[in-house]
Design a protein around this ligand. Structure first.
Ligand SMILES: Nc1ncnc2c1ncn2[C@@H]1O[C@H](COP(=O)(O)OP(=O)(O)OP(=O)(O)O)[C@@H](O)[C@H]1O
Ligand SMILES: [Mg+2]
Length: 471
C-alpha cells in the first residue's frame, strides 16, 4: 500500500524545498535535470527554464548526479567545488517500486563548525591523493646502475665499491647520508646488480604515507577490512615486490607502531593483510635509507633498536658533496649531459671560474642542489659556456656574502656604532623567513626537501610558509 500525503499539492512541496537550507536538484535515470530549486539556479547563474531538460553535468560544475542515477549508489558528504566555493554534497538514488528512476542531490555551504570538520577531512584526502600520486611515479623497476654513480673521490669510490660488493648477497642494506647525496641512486644500483634484478624494485617513501594507511599499503587488506576499502581487497606493496627488492626510503620517518609490524614481517618472512586471518609468505630484500641519525633516534626511543640492527646489516654512508669537492666537476659534466637532453642542447661546458665557484660552495643540498643550479644556468644560457653570471646570486656572491657576514658581525660587536635594536620577535622572524627562502632556493622549490634541509617537519614548514607568505 502506498502512503499518500492527503491534500499536499505540488506548490506545497516546492515551498517546502525553498525553506530547506539545502539546495536541491533532481535528475532522471539519464542524468537529465527534472527539477532544480530557484536558489540553486541563482547560485550557479542559470534559470529553472534553462536548466530543466539539460544533462546535469552541463549545468552544475563537478556534478556526479548522472553517475548516481546510473549506479544507484548513494554518495554522502562529498566535497564539491562549485563557483569557487566548496560545497558539501549528498547524492541519493531514487528507487520507485524497486526500480532506479533517478537521483536527488543536495548541497549546502558548510557552517563554521562543520567547516572545520570538512577541512580536516579535505586535508586528509589531499594527503592521501598526494601519496597515491607519488606512488604512481615511484612504483617502477630500478632505473639506475652503478655506472650512473659518478665520482672519483676516495670516499665515493669506497662507498660505491662496498655497494657493488654487497649487491649480490641477500643482506639488508642501510644507506645513510645527507639529503641529495644520492641514496636512492645507490638503492637502484644495488637492486640492478643483484640476483633479484628481474623481479620488482618497489620504492616506498615512508615520510609520505599517512600513518593510518601504512599497514594496508605495505601488507594489503582483505575484502571489507574497513569502510572505504576496495571490494575484493588489495595486495600490499610487500606482496607486489615479492622476490624483488623493497626500498624503504626515509625509514627514520616510519611511526613506531609501524616499526614493530615491519620488524615482525621481516623476522617471520610473512605478512598478514589487514582484516585477514591467513598469512602470506614473502621473499624480499630490504634496502633502507635515511638522512636522519638513526643511532640518536634509537637512544631517544623514537626508533626501535631491534629494527635498526636488522636493517643496518651493511651500512653504506655516502659522504656529503662538500667533503668530496674533487667530484664536483665530473658530476656536473654528467648532470649537464642529462640536462642537455632535456633542453635540446649540445656542447655545454663550464668556464674554469664557474668550476672554482662550484667547488667553493658548501652544498647543503648536495648533488640535488648542484643539479638545480645547473638547470637554472642552462635555462638562462645563450651560448654554450656557463659563466659566473649564469649562477644564482647566492653562489656567485659567496665571497661577498662572507665578507658582509664578517662585517656585520664586527659591526654588531662594535660599541661605537651599534645597529638599531629591533624587538627579538621581529629579528627571529626575519631570520626564519630568510632561512626558509634560502632552503627553498637550494632545494629548487621542492618543499619537502627544503623542510628536510631545515630539519623541520613538513606541516610546520607549510605553516611557516603561510605565515611568511612564501609562495
Ligand atoms: N654520484 C652521483 N652521480 C650522478 N648523479 C647523482 C649522484 N648522486 C646524486 N645524483 C643525482 O642527485 C639527485 C638526488 O639524488 P637522490 O634522490 O638519490 O638523493 P637522496 O640522497 O635520496 O636525497 P633525499 O635524502 O633528499 O631523498 C638525483 O637527481 C640523482 O640523479
Ligand atoms: Mg631520497
Amino acid at each position: 500500500m502506498k502512503l499518500e500525503m492527503r491534500g499536499l499539492s505540488i506548490d506545497w512541496l516546492i515551498e517546502i524545498i525553498h525553506l530547506c537550507i539545502e539546495r536541491i536538484v533532481i535528475v532522471d535515470h539519464n542524468g537529465i535535470i527534472v527539477y532544480i530549486d530557484e536558489a540553486y539556479c541563482e547560485f550557479i547563474g542559470t534559470t529553472f527554464d534553462d536548466a530543466v531538460g539539460r544533462p546535469v553535468q552541463e549545468i552544475i560544475e563537478n556534478s556526479r548526479m548522472q553517475i548516481v542515477a546510473k549506479t544507484g549508489e548513494k554518495e554522502i558528504e562529498h566535497l564539491q567545488p562549485i563557483n569557487g566555493s566548496v560545497m558539501i554534497a549528498n547524492r541519493y538514488p531514487i528507487f520507485i517500486d524497486g526500480k532506479l528512476v533517478g537521483a536527488v542531490g543536495t548541497v549546502i555551504f558548510p557552517d563554521p563548525d562543520n567547516l572545520r570538520h570538512f577541512k580536516n577531512k579535505m586535508s586528509n584526502l589531499l594527503e592521501e591523493l598526494n601519496f597515491y600520486k607519488n606512488k604512481a611515479v615511484n612504483e617502477l623497476t630500478s632505473k639506475y646502475s652503478f655506472d650512473d654513480l659518478i665520482g672519483n673521490s676516495q670516499a665515493f669510490i669506497e662507498a660505491k665499491a662496498l655497494g657493488e660488493k654487497v649487491a649480490g648477497n641477500e643482506s639488508s642494506v642501510l644507506v645513510t647520508g645527507e639529503s641529495g647525496t644520492g641514496k636512492e641512486l645507490f638503492a637502484h644500483a644495488i637492486h640492478q646488480n643483484s640476483m633479484r634484478s628481474h623481479f620488482p624494485f618497489i620504492a616506498i617513501n615512508c615520510a609520505s604515507i599517512p600513518e593510518v594507511l601504512f599497514e594496508s599499503e605495505l601488507f594489503g587488506y582483505e575484502d571489507g577490512a574497513f569502510t572505504g576499502a576496495k571490494k575484493g581487497g588489495k595486495e600490499g606493496l610487500f606482496k607486489v615486490a615479492n622476490k624483488g627488492t623493497v626500498f624503504l626510503d626515509e625509514i627514520g620517518d616510519m611511526p613506531l607502531s609501524m616499526q614493530s609490524k615491519l620488524l615482525r614481517a621481516l623476522q617471520e618472512k610473512e605478512i598478514q593483510p589487514v582484516g585477514g586471518q591467513k598469512t602470506i609468505p614473502i621473499d624480499l630484500r630490504i634496502i633502507a635509507a635515511t638522512n636522519r641519525d638513526l643511532t640518536k633516534m634509537v637512544e631517544d626511543g623514537t626508533f626501535r633498536q631491534d629494527l635498526y640492527y636488522r636493517l643496518n646489516v651493511i651500512n653504506i654512508e655516502i659522504p656529503p658533496l662538500r667533503d668530496r669537492k674533487e667530484d664536483i666537476a665530473a658530476i656536473s659534466k654528467k648532470l649537464l649531459q642529462k640536462l642537455e637532453r632535456k633542453f635540446y642542447r649540445k656542447g655545454t661546458v663550464l668556464s674554469p671560474k664557474v668550476v672554482m665557484r662550484l667547488e667553493g660552495h658548501k652544498w647543503p643540498g648536495n648533488v640535488r642542489e648542484l643539479e638545480n643550479v645547473l638547470e637554472r644556468a642552462i635555462n638562462v644560457l645563450d651560448g654554450t659556456v656557463i659563466k659566473s653570471e649564469h649562477l644564482p646570486l647566492y653562489i656567485r656572491d659567496q665571497e661577498i656574502n662572507q665578507r658582509e657576514e664578517e662585517f656585520s658581525m664586527a659591526e654588531s660587536t662594535s660599541t661605537l656604532d651599534l645597529p638599531a635594536v629591533k624587538p627579538l620577535k621581529v629579528t627571529i622572524a626575519r631570520a626564519e623567513k630568510r632561512a626558509i627562502t634560502h632552503a627553498l632556493e637550494i632545494a629548487g622549490g621542492d618543499k619537502l626537501a627544503a623542510a628536510k634541509l631545515l630539519g623541520i617537519g613538513k606541516t610546520s614548514f607549510y605553516d611557516k610558509c603561510k605565515i611568511y607568505e612564501i609562495r
